[in-house]
Design a protein around this ligand. Structure first.
Ligand code: FES
Ligand code: MG
Length: 570
């Protein structure tokens, strides 16, 4: 069978000589004789601590590739450490996707194993693989083990907010707060709450791109290495079977991923990531599909931030497959996985081992766990809210706007005792969209003003064109599109305007007469804070990024170019 890499390695001419000779540094003599060349696209980096262990995962993959007769090749790719990278890792997701796509295409490879973990890494790898469409599969690096502090389990991400509040309240000493750092991060692996990393690992499996049963395996668990060895073998098989991402990633598999998002109570960030991946494949997936397919899926998995348990609990309780078996009737049976079998065929043997962590269908945590999509004159292209993470009494609410022109404006005024804000206010933050910030940071869940906290208020309605961390919660309307910096009506809101949120009715309305609104100018104070980069990636990004409702990809990266390279290098 002809391999793509033969275009580099086969033949007697000078170019084939060059391609082979430079690679002869210890590889077997037979390396260029019809053996699939398998890249291991690895996001391991010391600056992405959640992915630090992927080197050992790569070693297990290599063993599997060799065993199946292929040649494994390390391909370090751009990695994004969610907690370290400024101004927000989301600014660099598309850059990582573009660079990975180009390196997969430019190199003599036949297939690829994608190693990710921390929030943006799996989305960027999937976007890249979709656009190149070479045989590919994902190994999610897995969550860290649960750490305990003073006898209590700590949810990574979520509990840092609780602990810092305790310091402010005087119930935890500064010393103990600092000491808890190493309990928060007990082991290798990504955040162990149902944040974006956990969500995207599980959704990569629901999409069919992971060997079923693997996602959610804790990073230090030996079964992850076993699965990685198997993934190496499978990558070689994928090349021989010519099974490509475009065969696996279909409308049916996105349908299943959206159902999974609801059942596990996953991060709102999955919306922009799934839309961006689908955009690379030309799949007709829209923001409204998240509501139509997902909003009425029962929430079955009881994990922090909204619930009680953590990722290693989910794994011992039966994992994704056990949860999805409960909602099998909602899944699309036609979706294939990288193994060549359908996704739903893997549900037959799944069992729930702990009904506290994974609820049976008859006893859901909530009847409707998915994401609601809102529209109205404040969000003509849509906005999202996760009702499961919101306060029931605020799901239908009318209040007066308290407007912040930027996150800096918010920080400087939020604890001002004179700020005209009360429990019924709607806090509005603009300038945090893809273009405005730039990069759509996770700032939408604005902390409440101290004076409201003192009154015992724990939640108010918030509206923003940015994102929210998957480890956060509250009645927060996110991803408002178009964003203020792209001419969205969010830029027209003034202090004291009435805003109505109606989640059951799926509307977000700025209650200002149409003719008055038409006469308003966008806020100059907000505009003065919008990003205006003069060069480099930020410039490219701001000029080309699309809005959240289609996944915030760059306009010229939407779609696919396949794996063909037209010209030789010599
Ligand atoms: Fe990496 Fe949370 S910071 S997964
Ligand atoms: Mg995050």
């Amino acid at each position: 069978m002809a391999l793509r890499s033969d275009q580099w390695y086969s033949g007697e001419d000078r170019n084939a000589y060059i391609h082979r000779a430079w690679m002869r540094r210890g590889v077997p003599g037979s390396a260029f004789e019809g053996r699939p060349q398998i890249a291991i696209a690895n996001t391991a980096s010391d600056l992405t601590p959640c992915n630090m262990h992927l080197g050992e995962v790569a070693q297990a993959v290599k063993n599997g590739v060799y065993e199946a007769g292929g040649i494994p090749l390390d391909l370090p790719v751009i990695s994004l450490g969610e907690t370290q990278v400024r101004p927000t890792a989301m600014l660099w997701r598309n850059m990582a996707a573009m660079a990975t796509e180009e390196m997969l295409r430019a190199n003599p490879i036949d297939g690829v194993v994608l190693l990710g973990g921390c929030d943006k890494t799996i989305p960027s790898l999937l976007m890249a693989a979709a656009s190149v469409d070479l045989p590919a599969l994902v190994i999610p690096g897995g969550p860290m083990l649960t750490g305990h502090f003073q006898g209590r389990p700590l949810g990574c991400g979520t509990d840092v907010w609780r602990l810092s509040e305790e310091v402010r309240a005087g119930t935890l000493s500064q010393d103990d707060f600092t000491r808890s750092e190493s309990s928060t991060i007990r082991s290798k692996g990504h955040c162990n709450t149902m944040g974006t990393a956990s969500t995207m690992g599980l959704l990569a499996e629901a999409l069919g791109m992971v060997i079923p049963g693997t996602a959610g395996t804790p990073a230090p668990d030996s079964r992850l290495l076993e699965a990685s060895h198997e993934a190496g073998r499978l990558a070689v098989e994928l090349v021989r079977a010519d099974r490509r991402p475009s065969e696996v990633l279909t409308r049916a598999s996105f349908h299943n991923a959206i159902v999974a998002l609801g059942a596990v109570g996953g991060s709102t960030n999955a919306v922009v990531h799934l839309l961006a991946i689908a955009g690379r494949l030309g799949i007709d997936l829209s923001l409204d599909d998240f509501d139509t397919i997902g909003s009425r899926v029962p929430l079955l998995v009881d994990l922090l931030p909204a619930g009680r348990f953590l990722m290693d609990d989910l794994h011992r309780a039966g994992g994704l497959l056990a949860a999805l078996r409960e909602v099998r009737d909602l899944l699309d049976d036609s979706a294939l996985t990288v193994t060549g079998k359908t996704f739903t065929s893997y549900l037959d043997d799944a069992r729930i081992w702990d009904r506290e962590v994974i609820r049976p269908r008859e006893e859901p945590i909530l009847d409707e766990g998915g994401i609601a999509v809102l529209r109205g004159n404040l969000a003509p292209l849509g906005a999202v809210i996760k009702p499961a993470a919101a306060s029931p009494h605020l799901l239908h609410h009318r209040g007066r706007a308290v407007v912040f022109e930027s996150i800096e404006d918010f920080h400087s005024r939020i604890d001002d005792p004179e700020l005209a804000v009360d429990a019924d206010s709607v806090m509005v933050l603009r300038g945090c969209g893809p273009k405005g910030y730039p990069g759509m940071p996770e700032v939408s869940n604005m902390p409440l003003p101290a004076k409201l906290l003192e009154q015992g208020v724990r939640d108010v309605v918030r509206v923003c064109d940015g994102r929210m961390s998957g480890t956060a919660y509250g009645t927060v309307v996110l991803h408002v599109a178009p964003e203020a910096a792209a001419g969205g009506p969010l830029a027209l809101v003034r202090d004291g305007d009435w805003i109505e949120l109606d989640v059951p009715g799926r509307t977000l309305t700025l209650d200002v007469p149409e003719d008055e609104l038409a006469g308003r100018e966008p806020s100059l104070a907000a505009a003065s804070a919008y990003a205006a980069p003069s060069r480099g990636w930020e410039r490219l990004y701001v000029d080309h990024v699309e809005q959240a409702d289609t996944g915030a990809d760059l306009d010229f990266l939407v779609g696919a170019s396949g794996s063909q390279v037209s010209r030789e290098s010599h």
